[in-house]
Write a protein that binds this ligand. Structure first.
Ligand SMILES: Nc1nc2c(c(=O)[nH]1)N[C@H]1C(S)=C(S)[C@@H](COP(=O)(O)OP(=O)(O)OC[C@H]3O[C@@H](n4cnc5c(=O)[nH]c(N)nc54)[C@H](O)[C@@H]3O)O[C@H]1N2
Ligand SMILES: Nc1nc2c(c(=O)[nH]1)N[C@H]1C(S)=C(S)[C@@H](COP(=O)(O)OP(=O)(O)OC[C@H]3O[C@@H](n4cnc5c(=O)[nH]c(N)nc54)[C@H](O)[C@@H]3O)O[C@H]1N2
Ligand code: SF4
Ligand SMILES: [Mo]
Length: 767
């Protein structure tokens, strides 16, 4: 196929400011374009009140991402193994021709939707993927959440009442930060939106604060910490239970200002009894004295925040660990206090700023629907990503199975467990349509690929990360570049795709009007909104000069907690106010929000909901098993790399090579025992698969633990990415297992995978 020429039409030099869409730090960027359309310079925006000029190598690489010749520029339709570039009308007609009959003949549940991580970094995709899912009517909704943060959402949902009520470390004011299973020096933070994490961690230590890191690897974050503790993978919930029990049993617990709002303290104390420091020390390999000391330090610190991320959530006890993080924060008096953990108050889109403050319906966990094959429960309306392959490749007796799939900004073939099985399953679908920037390991299986325009050519507002931010802030980014002729904004792509899948009869404008009407009605019915009880038609009239995501965003901002109430509070926020503040608006440090933030039916913080007590009981059984028979085999964990972004930025030359080696790291003592030398090829096997990688000896790795980064494995010749293919690496999710899940959240176990490792040139041992 011939590449479409990239337009280099001369345009005037222009400077715009925008939020970086590449990770959760949400740095402000200054983008200078022109005179050629692909003349792009990206630097940190020194006037952004939140990021103050900070950016990382990925932010700089946005210019190369924009110009990457392998990034898709036109819709593709596949016939056999041949791709043809076609126009939008033809591509969408083909998508409709494939999807509409499946929906009609086999019902909405025959077509699944998978939403990948970049959806939450893309305003149009975030808003209109909901429209797509609703219109298709499918219950088969999957996303990267169940290979990521879902356990935290479940735990906080049960404790505080909404799936977005995640507590955030008050990083800039805390005196003590205990980090478990996160490497913010490299990841730049997650469920912790804070540009310049390295600077903020340095500032913590400069003001006399203490940083303690719990991680089986000596990470860059461990390098800058006061203390690094290694832990046996998968056992953080036990460590946290040991700390929480110590606080309760030694009279160290003092919930402080949160005390009047708590429910379930007695049940919690009872549930934590088995987790003595001595008992958990055997399983975690953290000495009992250290467990005691951590409890005392956390209780004694003027303020402290415990923070857990990927290494705590993507384990078999992800929800329990996430819950116990908040339990420890509560027992030490750090819930909802400056320097502890707090709730942001986002300007738009948060369920804990709508409805009646202080009480609500709470969350329903487990959800009401079940997957067909394994009977796995839905969680907040979606199914576990680990169940996607089996729902395709395992038909019921009556022939029911997933026959169609729409992926939006996702690469589950590299990102979800047992991905070899998923790859084969995708090849057996009747229809697959992808909206993506690249022809990659997943989208290569699609029948139709609808390209994403350059990230610089879209508008943006962070509906999601304002809910996880260490300061309240609001930043609207207009497009930095016009769409190229022939490009479509992704909101438009999803609206047109929805109409095509429905088989005609509806237009994108009608769907969009319907969505705006629903939004306006929701605002008028929301007692927290400054536009409560207004006429929805009046609200719509006030934003009639806008369309698509700008209209929806303006409605949400004006009807939101800081909103101008469509005139009721003229000094309040609107999209126009954000447009007048191109560097973004700082809305101040986080403020205490108890009890108004709660949406539990009791109006209390639920420390011991029955679902979590059941998890504590399961954890106690696990502790007993581990104590009776400590496991001694090798466990695989992941790692993220600074110049990498999950599976999809390896084709950008600025980020290729360097520190990004896709090596199997192992401790020198393990290497010696296994007869493995540095640089040697090794074979790694798990229950579900095997792969080969180069061994790298890493003294900073705990004995018994090996590490491989995820998102690699770009050797499929059917993909398009010349730079990525030169250093392809291997796909670590060939080894991760789709069977074990964290039960309440349906989240996959991606860390602590039992593996065997041997030199590749040795014959297969009969072990
Ligand atoms: N073993 C292991 N596996 C893991 C993890 C781990 O730690 N270990 N981490 C997990 C986590 S936290 C996550 S979030 C997932 C990520 O899993 P996914 O979201 O499935 O995968 P990504 O690698 O983020 O792929 C994003 C896709 O979006 C496309 N894309 C990028 N920008 C845009 C855009 O603006 N529009 C459109 N339409 N497409 C775009 C890219 O080309 C790419 O195909 O991986 C998970 N997998
Ligand atoms: N540069 C870069 N930045 C990124 C990404 C990227 O791919 N590259 N991805 C983004 C995404 S989607 C996300 S979700 C975030 C994730 O952000 P983080 O969670 O901060 O990132 P990870 O590097 O996955 O950190 C997980 C850590 O957990 C450790 N670990 C593994 N198992 C265990 C365990 O059982 N217990 C404990 N205590 N530790 C364990 C690992 O060694 C690793 O250091 O990063 C985001 N930022
Ligand atoms: S830290 Fe994240 S948000 Fe900031 S420039 Fe890098 S990728 Fe972008
Ligand atoms: Mo993620």
């Amino acid at each position: 196929m011939a590449e479409l020429p990239i337009s280099t039409a001369a345009v005037a030099t222009a400077v715009t400011h925008r939020t970086c869409p590449l990770c959760e730090a949400a740095c402000g960027l200054t983008v200078t374009t022109g005179p050629g359309l692909d003349d792009i310079a990206v630097r940190g925006d020194a006037d952004d009140p939140f990021s103050r000029g900070y950016l990382c190598p990925k932010g700089v690489a946005l210019g190369q991402l924009h110009s990457d010749p392998d990034r898709l520029r036109a819709p593709l339709v596949r016939r056999g193994s041949t791709w043809t570039e076609v126009g939008w009308d033809e591509a969408l007609a083909e998508a409709g021709r494939l999807l509409a009959p499946l929906l009609r003949e086999h019902g909405p549940d025959s077509v699944a939707v998978y939403l990948g991580n970049p959806v939450v970094h893309n305003l149009g995709l975030g808003l209109y993927s909901r429209v797509l899912i609703q219109a298709l009517g499918t219950g088969y909704r999957f996303s990267a959440s169940t290979v990521d943060q879902m356990p935290k959402q479940v735990a906080c949902g049960l404790m505080y009442g909404t799936e977005l009520s995640v507590t955030i470390p008050d990083l800039d004011r805390t005196d003590y930060l205990l980090v478990l299973g996160a490497n913010p020096m490299v990841s730049n933070g997650s469920l912790l939106t804070a540009p310049d994490l390295p600077g903020r961690l340095r500032a913590l230590r400069r003001r006399g604060g203490r940083l303690v890191v719990v991680d089986p690897r000596r990470t860059r974050t461990a390098d800058v910490a006061d203390e690094h503790l290694t832990i046996r993978p998968g056992t953080d919930a036990l460590l946290l239970a040991g700390i929480a029990r110590t606080l309760l049993e030694q009279g160290l617990a003092d919930p402080g200002q949160a005390a009047p709002h708590l429910s379930g303290l007695a049940e919690l104390r009872e549930a934590l009894r088995p987790f003595t420091p001595e008992a958990v020390s055997v399983a975690t390999r953290i000495p009992a004295g250290t467990v005691l000391r951590l409890a005392r330090e956390l209780a004694a610190a003027p303020s402290a925040a415990v923070y857990g991320r990927i290494g705590t959530t993507t384990t078999a006890f992800g929800t329990a660990a996430s819950w116990l993080v908040d339990v420890v924060n509560t027992l030490t008096g750090n819930l909802d206090r400056p320097g502890g953990v707090m709730w942001p108050q986002p300007a738009a889109g948060s369920p804990n700023t709508t409805g009646r403050p202080g009480r609500g319906r709470g969350v329903r966990v487990p959800g009401s629907r079940r997957t067909r094959v394994r009977g796995l429960a839905s969680v907040f309306g979606e199914f576990p990503a680990a169940a996607l392959a089996e729902e395709i490749d395992t038909p019921s007796a009556d022939g029911a199975r997933l026959r169609g799939l729409v992926t939006v900004a996702g690469n589950p073939v590299l990102s979800t467990p047992n991905s070899a099985r998923l790859g084969s399953a995708l090849a057996s679908l009747d229809a697959m349509v992808s909206v993506d920037a690249y022809l990659n390991e997943t989208t290569r299986h699609a029948d139709v690929v609808l390209p994403a325009a350059s990230p610089l050519a879209r508008s943006h507002y962070d509906l999601v990360f304002t809910a996880f931010s260490v300061r309240d802030q609001a930043h609207y980014s207009p497009p930095s570049l016009p769409l190229r002729p022939g490009d479509l904004d992704e909101a438009e792509v999803l609206l047109r795709l929805t109409c095509a899948a429905l088989g005609g009869g509806t237009t994108p404008d009608q769907l969009d009007d319907l969505t705006a009407e629903q939004t306006a009605r929701g605002i008028a019915a929301d007692p927290s909104s400054p536009a409560y009880r207004r006429d929805p038609a009046e609200l719509l009239a006030a934003v009639a000069h806008r369309t698509r995501q700008e209209r929806l965003l303006d409605l949400m901002l004006r009807g939101g907690p800081y909103g101008d109430g469509f005139g009721a509070r003229p000094e309040g926020l609107s999209l126009a106010a954000l447009e007048a503040a191109p560097h973004g608006l700082d809305l101040g440090p986080l403020r205490p929000r108890l009890p108004g933030v709660l949406r539990t039916p009791s109006g209390k913080v639920e420390l011991a909901p029955p679902q979590l007590l059941a998890e504590a009981a399961r954890l106690a059984r696990h502790l007993a098993e581990l104590t009776a028979a400590p496991d001694g085999g090798l466990l695989l964990v992941g790692r993220r790399q600074l110049r990498s972004n999950n599976s999809w930025m390896h084709n950008v030359p600025l980020l290729a090579g360097g520190s990004n080696g896709c090596t199997l790291q192992l401790n020198p003592a393990d290497a010696q025992r296994l007869g493995i030398a540095a640089g040697q090829r090794v074979t790694v096997r798990s229950r579900v698969g095997e792969l080969e990688a180069e061994a790298e000896l890493a003294a900073g790795l705990m004995p018994g633990v090996v590490s491989l980064p995820h998102g690699w494995g770009h050797s499929d010749p059917a993909t398009r990415g010349a730079t990525a293919a030169r250093s392809p690496g291997v796909n670590s999710n060939l080894l991760t297992d789709e069977e074990p899940l964290d039960p309440l959240s349906g989240t996959a176990v991606l860390n602590g995978i039992p593996v065997r490792v041997q030199p590749s040139d040795e014959g297969i041992r009969s072990e």
